[in-house]
Design a protein around this ligand. Sequence first.
Ligand code: NAD
Ligand code: UDP
Length: 324
Amino acid sequence: MSSIKRILVTGGAGFLGSHLCERLVAAGHDVICVDNFFTSQKSNVASLLTAPNFELVRHDIIHPLWLEVDEIYNLACPASPGHYQYNPIKTMKTSVMGAINLLGMARRCRAKVLQASTSEVYGDPEVHPQPESYRGSVNPIGPRACYDEGKRAAETLFMDYHRHNGVNVRIVRIFNTYGPRMHPFDGRVVSNFIRQALAGEPITIFGAGNQTRSFCYRDDLVEAMIRMMNGPDEFVGPVNIGNPGEFTIRQLADLILELTGSRSQVVEKPLPVDDPERRRPDIALARERLGWEPRVPLREGLAKTIDWFRSIRLEEFRAPTPNY
Ligand code: NAD
Ligand code: UDP
């Protein structure tokens, strides 16, 4: 059998999806990128458009699609709080109906399918750091629920299609990931702080800035996703993928100010409802089963991300929601 696979990447024009597509195209696979461009733009995959082994399809995964593929990476979903809360019902539909459509395709094609799940399935965690066995503390009726519960429901669907229909699935739980090609107006903390620092605008810390996050560089993340897809069929996950280095939001602001040389002031804004207080992945399982651990320290990854932000023209990016 040929080692060249037909691979579908949904959300393939997004921040992580576009890097994944690049890796897969460079490896010689036949890659189909499906995206509705809600939170991305074609420029993210522009360099791939001339590759004979790359195809771009504008499609919304809440509607069925009919393709013949060997593997599916399901990344389509708005990922930043501002984007996923913009149209929460659509976010839930994307997670749930999208999962059903892609799992149906995987069953018909006997394809492997990987779900990009999230640390948000742990909600505002009472267990720290978070292992995969922790079942989470999610507010099912709060403003983050459309995303958290949507991703939890998608995990349920993945496991049920696996157990009942024998679909070959993989689930990765992604912790905060950053890097070049993040949408500059997505409202996430890394993109906000870098954009603000470079423009000399106030750095907006929500709350007192003592809440923590663990930031993974996008190359480390994409490597782990590919290893998971190529790993043994019996290891379906879920597996945490993230960088266990834990930083307060205030530390992140200080580091970005230092690396940009910016003189921006730091201002405090109200903490959003249900904002998790602490987050750090336990990655023992990924280390053991995937032989994976992150390589890029925050300082190095931020320097590369800052370089990218310096190179872009903000007016070329559509602000997709008013929530940034
Ligand atoms: P992103 O917003 O850049 O990418 C998501 C892509 O999906 C975009 O190109 C968007 O246009 C597309 N999309 C959204 N809804 C769609 C729909 N209904 N049909 C087709 N396409 C649709 O975000 P990202 O950071 O690259 O995230 C990719 C995936 O990884 C998401 O599923 C996200 O939930 C997951 N994830 C990301 C992080 C992170 O920190 N980056 C953390 C946890 C989970
Ligand atoms: N945050 C902040 N200022 C900003 C954007 C975000 O202080 O301009 C905080 C936010 O309240 C949260 C953390 O940074 O505590 C990470 O936010 P992000 O939206 O990047 O991702 P989350 O992990 O909350 O999904």
